[in-house]
Ligand binder design. Structure first.
Ligand code: CO8
Ligand code: FAD
Length: 387
C-alpha cells in the first residue's frame, strides 16, 4: 500500500525544490508576472538543479522518477509561482504520449533532446473550436507516400513559442466526415505525431496575455501543409485519442499538486498577516478562513498523492486523478478568495501577494480539463463500475 512517509531521496528532492522555489522563484514572481515575462533563465536553472523531466527514464537521460516525485516538486514550485510551475509541467504533458506509445527510435530522438539541453516541448490538442470535446478536433494529417501532410490550427498551447517540438493530435481517418466537421469516432480516427517547431509551415501565434499564470507561454499554432515523416507517428494510426487521454492520468495529479502549492501559499500569507496584527477580522472569522484552508489543503493532498501513487504502481487512476484535479482546483480558488477577504482591501492590491494568487488560481478550473469535465469523468467512472 502507499505510505505517508517520504524516503530519504524523496525528502532530499523536496528540500531541493523548496529552497530553489523560495530563493530563486518567489522573489521574482511578482515582477515577472507584471511583465508577462517567460522565466527562461530560471527554468534553465531548474533544469540544471534536477527539478525538471523527472518522469523521463534514465536511459534517455532523465531522472527515472515517478509521478509522486513530480507532485512533490510541483507543490513546492507552485508555492512560489504556479505559472512558472506550469511551464515546467508542460514538458511532462508534451512528452508523456511519446513515452506511452512511441517506438524506441522516436523516444530516443525526442526525449534526449529534453535531457541533453534545457529545452521544451508542448502538448498541442486544443483547437479554437474544440476544447473540452477533444473528439471534435479538425486538424488533419493526410498520408502521402512516407509522409503525412498536416493542416489546421491549435489554440491555448502552453510553451508553444518556446518548445522545440510538439505532440500534435490530428485526424488521420476522414472517411466518415459528414461534411460539417461533426463528431467522429475519436478512438479510431485520431492520431498523435511529433512535429518540430522549425519545420516549414508551422506558424506560432502571439503570446496570449492571460488573467493569471502570466509568465507561462500560451499561444496558438497553425499548420499549413507541414510535411511530417511517417516515422513521427506515435504508435499506430487511430491510437492518438487514447494516448492523449492516458497522458492526463499522469499529469492531472501534478496539476493538482501545483494548485495545492498555491493554496499552501494562501494559507501561509494569511497566517503571517494575522500574526503581524494586520487582520481586522474577529477571531471567529479568522479561524473559519484559516481552518477551511488547512482542511482543504490536507484533503486535496491525500487524494493527489493517492492518484500519483496509483499510476506509479501500474494501476488505472483516471477516477482519482480527476477527483484530485477537480478538488484541488476548486479548493485553491476558495483559498485564494478567502485569503483576499482576510487581507481586507489590501487583498485587492498588487503590493500584496494574494491578488496574484487569486488571478493565478482561476486557470486551474479550466486547463487540463475543466472542473465540469472532471465531474463528468468521475461520474462516468463510478457509473461504469457500478453497472
Ligand atoms: N486512458 C485510456 N483510455 C481512455 C481514457 C484514459 N484515461 N479515457 C478515455 N479513454 C478511452 C475510452 O475507454 C474509450 O475507448 P473505447 O471506445 O475503446 O471504450 C475512448 O477513449 C473514448 O472515450 P470517451 O467515450 O470517454 O470519450 P469522449 O469523447 O466522450 O470524451 C472527455 C471524454 C472526458 C470529455 C475528454 O474529451 C476530455 O478529457 N476532455 C477534456 C480535454 C482536456 O482535458 N484538455 C486539456 C488540454 S491540455 C491542457 O489544458 C494543458 C494545461 C497546461 C499544462 C499543464 C501541464 C501538466
Ligand atoms: P469549452 O470546452 O468551450 O467549455 C466552455 C464551458 O463549457 C466550460 O465551463 C466547460 O466546463 C463547459 N462544458 C464544456 N463541455 C461540457 C459538457 N459536456 N458538460 C458540461 N459542461 C461542459 N490545451 C492544449 O491542448 N495544450 C495546452 O498546453 C493547453 N494549455 C492551456 C493553457 C491555458 C492558460 C489555457 C487557458 C488553456 C490551455 N489549453 C491547452 C486549453 C484548455 O485545455 C481548454 O481551454 C479547456 O480544455 C477547455 O476548453 P475550451 O476553452 O474550448 O472550453
Amino acid at each position: 500500500g502507499y505510505s505517508f512517509d517520504f524516503t530519504k531521496e524523496q525528502q532530499k528532492l523536496k528540500e531541493n525544490a523548496k529552497s530553489f522555489a523560495r530563493e530563486e522563484i518567489l522573489p521574482l514572481a511578482a515582477k515577472y508576472d507584471r511583465a508577462g515575462r517567460y522565466p527562461r533563465e530560471i527554468l534553465d536553472e531548474a533544469w540544471h538543479r534536477g527539478l525538471t523531466n523527472h518522469h523521463i527514464p534514465k536511459k534517455y537521460g532523465g531522472a527515472g522518477l515517478g509521478t509522486v516525485e513530480e507532485c512533490m516538486v510541483a507543490v513546492e514550485l507552485g508555492y512560489a509561482c504556479s505559472g512558472f510551475t506550469v511551464a515546467v509541467e508542460a514538458n511532462s504533458l508534451g512528452s508523456v504520449p511519446l513515452l506511452i506509445g512511441g517506438d524506441e527510435q522516436l523516444k530516443k530522438k525526442y526525449l534526449t533532446m529534453l535531457t541533453e539541453e534545457p529545452t521544451r516541448c508542448a502538448y498541442a490538442v486544443t483547437e479554437p473550436s474544440a476544447g473540452s470535446d477533444v473528439a471534435a478536433i479538425r486538424t488533419r494529417a493526410v498520408k502521402k507516400g512516407d509522409e503525412y501532410i498536416l493542416n489546421g490550427s491549435k489554440m491555448w498551447i502552453t510553451s508553444a513559442g518556446e518548445a522545440d517540438w510538439y505532440f500534435v493530435l490530428a485526424r488521420t481517418d476522414c472517411s466518415d466526415v459528414n461534411g460539417d466537421g461533426g463528431k467522429l469516432a475519436a478512438n479510431k480516427t485520431l492520431s498523435g505525431f511529433i512535429v518540430e517547431r522549425e519545420w516549414p509551415g508551422v506558424t506560432v501565434g502571439r503570446k496570449e496575455l492571460n488573467m493569471g499564470q502570466r509568465v507561462s507561454d500560451t499561444r496558438g499554432v497553425t499548420f499549413d501543409d507541414v510535411r511530417i515523416p511517417a516515422s513521427n507517428l506515435i504508435g499506430q494510426e487511430g491510437q492518438g485519442f487514447k494516448l492523449a487521454m492516458a497522458a492526463f492520468d499522469q499529469t492531472r495529479p501534478a496539476v493538482a499538486a501545483n494548485a495545492i502549492g498555491l493554496a499552501e501559499r494562501c494559507l501561509d500569507e494569511s497566517v503571517k498577516y494575522v500574526l503581524d496584527g494586520r487582520c481586522e477580522l474577529n477571531e471567529h472569522a479568522i479561524s473559519n478562513y484559516i481552518s477551511n484552508m488547512a482542511t482543504g489543503i490536507e484533503g486535496s493532498k491525500a487524494v493527489m498523492y493517492r492518484s500519483a501513487w496509483m499510476i506509479d504502481n501500474g494501476q488505472r487512476n483516471t477516477y482519482y486523478a480527476s477527483i484530485a484535479k477537480c478538488m484541488a482546483a476548486e479548493m485553491a480558488n476558495k483559498c485564494a478568495a478567502d485569503a483576499v477577504e482576510l487581507f481586507g482591501l489590501n487583498g485587492l492590491n498588487a503590493d500584496y501577494p494574494v491578488e496574484k494568487l487569486m488571478r493565478d488560481a482561476k486557470i486551474f478550473q479550466i486547463y487540463e480539463g475543466t472542473s465540469q469535465i472532471q465531474r463528468i469523468i468521475i461520474s462516468r467512472e463510478l457509473l461504469n463500475n457500478a453497472r
